[in-house]
Design a protein around this ligand. Structure first.
Ligand SMILES: Nc1ncnc2c1ncn2[C@@H]1O[C@H](COP(=O)(O)OP(=O)(O)OP(=O)(O)O)[C@@H](O)[C@H]1O
Ligand SMILES: [Mg+2]
Length: 643
């Protein structure tokens, strides 16, 4: 019997159902990406957007107050107009006909004065609100960019760059449309509606009641409209992010797309997204169409009723004609702003959907937060560069597979460790943990006895450099790209670093030498050349701990020999973890770790392990066989190019 379940099981404690401040996870993200949000999420998201808006406006609060004052002044000046017209019709004109035109003159002068005042106030308001709006947008853009820059690698590995870009471009645009286009419309509308309501009630109660009754359907329509358009815009926001992601991916990977003839498929995916986007916007505009038409209709019906009742009352002598004129004039101004309110609500819906997304992005906490009270690493500590993994377990996602199992590893200062293992064994993960791109799920990573979580970011970056295969070069010259490691390094220092690595020869051979722009057409560097630049950069950085993740894999054999020699210099006084596929690099190390499925299965000097008959011995035998010679483990660099 399904109805007989105990109530206690159904009623969960409220606190469990509605968590106060749920942690942001991939799940929250998915929840917020839904077009229809549940109540609790909606409330949380709205509170967050509002807090963001408030923090953006705070520095401008005085300007906001002055702008509002100007706006109120303008509206009051505007509202006085019809009253003066009523005066003129009911008193000024009859007296002027009788020969005394003084009253009429005053009315005309007052009307003109109000017009001038309204214009001046409007000018003031626009100047101020323009300045506030633009500064606010600048602030918002800066915040998004700074936040994106500060978020850890872990974040960027899960949040696509397309999403970040859409936060910075199209979401900001939606907010801009609101700030630039219609904020004044909204405020004017609200003030006008409020002011006119008071005036109507004062002018004639029975007529005013008709108008007030007509507001009821208007309010209902507005609520319906807000909900529906918000939903459509939320969908549009999500789609924009997907479109930018698709577009960015296709453009960035244009070689792969063309090489695999994936243009068609990419095209189809893009088309689908564009259609979803079109549909979302069409839906939003359809909602606008129904709403504005409804508002107009309600307004016109009310106006007709007011005119009918008003004329009858004027006929009866219960209402002066001037007052009816003023009433109708006010009424026109009463419904017009409502129309504008629709435009505004529409822009507001788009902007607030965008603001929801932006505030969500800005609220993403760092998964590797900077310590609040960082521990300094003493500069003159003896034997600096001791790297320790203590009982480290690691998984990339809370519900993901375990990638490293209870890794215990002590690398004494100055030691060079080569990490080898099959693909997916967890080699790069060790590098990422040492560089603190991620924190271990449990256990600790320590540098000179200090947990990485307690070291200030700047200190850690200075002590430790990770060079990967993705040797990214930034727009700028080669010298600038190398000097990135140490801003302010002189040309001589840059050159010395390049000479030490053996990159000087090829750089000097480029059209503009060290001043060659690397991203200019025709100056693209080869993969190997980029790697040389990256190694030079690391050399110049002069870190205590160097992590190389397959950093020599794109070099040709002669170049690798050069680098092999340079690596000797590069690794001389520092701790190094080298993730390598080449035997030459491995044999030059002090120690080899063999990793299998996230566990260290062998640990020892390459010479010992080569003959120990374990996994490394097997690997070594295969390497040697593939070279067709008896490689001598005592001769470092004996098997260049072995893979
Ligand atoms: N960003 C990530 N998110 C989730 N899982 C990841 C991520 N990076 C790697 N993994 C997973 O972690 C495991 C170890 O990956 P890792 O990159 O450390 O391997 P690797 O030993 O460096 O392999 P390769 O020799 O191919 O570079 C793999 O199973 C991989 O699928
Ligand atoms: Mg790897």
């Amino acid at each position: 019997m399904s109805g007989g379940e105990p109530a206690a099981e159904v009623l969960e404690p409220v606190s469990a159902a509605v968590p106060e401040a749920p942690a942001r996870t991939a799940d929250t993200e998915a929840v917020e990406d839904a077009a229809v949000l549940d109540r609790a999420t909606h409330r949380r998201v709205r509170r967050r957007s509002r807090a963001l808006l408030y923090s953006l406006l705070r520095p401008w609060r005085w300007q906001v107050v002055v702008a509002m004052a100007a706006l109120i002044l303008e509206n009051v000046a505007q509202l006085i107009g019809p009253l003066l017209i009523a005066q003129a019709i009911d008193h000024g004109i009859p007296r002027a006909v009788a020969g005394d035109s003084g009253r009429l003159m005053w009315c005309v002068a007052g009307f003109t004065g109000c017009g001038v005042l309204a214009a001046a106030a409007r000018f003031g308001f626009f100047r101020l609100s323009g300045a506030i709006g633009q500064s606010l947008l600048l602030d918002l853009r800066t915040r998004i960019f700074q936040h994106a820059r500060r978020l850890p690698v872990a974040f960027h590995e899960s949040y696509t760059s397309g999403k970040v870009i859409s936060r910075l471009t199209s979401d900001i645009d939606a907010v801009r449309d609101l700030v630039e286009g219609s904020l004044d419309g909204l405020l004017t509308s609200l003030l006008t509606v409020a002011g006119i309501t008071v005036l109507l009630l004062w002018l004639d109660l029975p007529l005013a009641l008709i108008v007030l009754v007509s507001i009821v359907p208007l309010v209902m329509m507005t609520r319906w409209f807000r909900e529906r358009s918000q939903r459509a815009y939320r969908r549009a926001r999500n789609t924009v992010a997907d479109i930018i992601t698709q577009f960015g991916e296709t453009m960035n990977a244009v070689r792969a797309v063309q090489a695999f003839r994936a243009e068609r498929r990419k095209h189809a995916a893009m088309n689908d997204l564009n259609e979803v986007f079109r549909d979302a916007h069409t839906e939003a505009l359809g909602v606008v169409a129904r709403y504005t038409a409804g508002v107009r209709l309600a307004g016109n019906i009310a106006l007709a009723l007011v005119l009918a009742l008003g004329c009858w009352r004027v006929n009866e002598g219960a209402l002066p004609l001037g007052v009816l004129t003023a009433f109708v004039l006010y009424l026109r101004r009463f419904y017009d702003p409502l129309d504008e309110l629709a435009t505004f609500t529409n822009l507001y819906a788009a902007a607030s959907a965008a603001l929801e997304k932006i505030s969500g992005f800005l609220a993403t906490p760092s998964s590797v937060p900077e310590p609040e009270a960082p521990k300094p690493l003493p500069a003159d500590r003896p034997g600096r560069g001791r790297l320790v993994f203590r009982a480290v377990d690691f998984r990339y996602a809370a519900d993901g597979p375990v990638v490293l199992h209870r890794l215990d590893l002590t690398i004494p200062a100055g030691q060079t460790v080569a990490v080898v293992g099959a693909t997916g064994a967890g080699k790069s993960t060790i590098g990422k943990l040492a560089a603190r791109f991620y924190d271990p799920s449990s256990g600790q990573v320590l540098l000179d006895g200090v947990d990485l979580r307690e070291i200030a970011d700047a200190d850690l970056r200075r002590e430790l450099t990770l060079v990967t295969q993705e040797n990214f070069l930034f727009t700028g010259t080669i010298a600038e790209n190398i000097a990135l490691a140490r801003p302010g390094a002189s040309r001589a220092e840059v050159r010395a670093a390049a000479e030490a690595i053996g990159a000087d020869a090829f750089i000097s051979g480029l059209p503009d030498g060290y001043d060659t722009e690397v991203r200019k057409r025709g100056n693209r560097l080869s993969a190997g050349q980029r790697q040389m630049v990256a190694l030079t950069r690391a050399f110049l950085a002069d870190p205590t701990v160097l992590l190389l993740d397959e950093a020599t894999s794109s070099l040709d054999i002669p170049t690798e020999l050069t680098v092999q020699r340079a690596l000797g210099a590069l690794l001389a006084d520092r701790t190094a973890v080298i993730i390598a596929h080449r035997l030459s690099t491995v044999l030059a190390a002090d120690r080899v770790l063999v990793l299998e499925h996230g566990r260290v299965v062998e640990d020892g000097s390459p010479r010992e392990l080569a003959v120990a008959g374990g996994p490394f011995g097997l690997l070594y035998a295969r390497w040697s066989a593939s070279l067709g010679e008896d490689a001598d483990p005592d001769r470092p660099g004996a098997a260049p190019g072995a893979r």
